[in-house]
Design a protein. Structure first.
Length: 128
C-alpha cells in the first residue's frame, strides 16, 4: 500500500464515515480491486487530501459536478458526507443553482430532488 493510498483511505473515512467505507471494503472483489485502489489514491489520496480548498468547498464542487455531468447515483452519498464536510443544505442549493444555469435545469432539478430525499432520510435516521 502506498502512502497516497493510506492517506486516501484515511480521508475517505473522515468524509464518508467508517460504516460506508467498511461496507465498500467488504464488497470489494478481484474484479473491482484495481478500481478501488485507483479511487483511494487519486480521488481520496490526492484530490480530497489537498488543503488547497476547504472540504466544505470541495463538497459543494463535487455535488455540482456530479449533477452537471448527470452522475446522480453518487449524489446521495455526497449529500450524506456533508455532515462531515460542513456544507450546509443552503450551500448545496446554491451549488445546484449554478448547475441549473450552467449545465441545465433538468439536471439541477433531479439533483435537488435527490438531495431533498436524502436529507429527509438522514433526518428520519436521526429521529429513529
Amino acid at each position: 500500500m502506498t502512502d497516497r493510498h493510506a492517506r486516501g483511505q484515511e480521508v475517505r473515512r473522515q468524509v464518508l464515515g467508517d460504516a460506508h467505507v467498511d461496507r465498500a471494503d467488504a464488497a470489494r472483489t478481484p474484479l473491482d480491486a484495481p478500481f478501488q485502489d485507483l479511487i483511494a489514491e487519486a480521488a481520496w489520496g490526492t484530490v480530497w487530501a489537498s488543503d488547497g480548498i476547504s472540504r466544505r468547498e470541495r463538497s459543494m464542487l463535487t455535488l455540482a459536478l456530479l449533477a452537471a455531468c448527470g452522475n446522480f447515483d453518487e449524489i446521495p452519498m455526497h449529500i450524506r458526507a456533508t455532515r462531515q464536510t460542513g456544507a450546509t443544505p443552503q450551500d448545496v442549493a446554491e451549488a445546484f443553482q449554478h448547475v441549473a444555469i450552467y449545465a441545465g435545469v433538468p439536471r439541477a432539478n433531479r439533483a435537488l430532488a435527490l438531495a431533498k430525499r436524502t436529507y429527509a432520510e438522514m433526518e428520519a435516521e436521526d429521529d429513529g
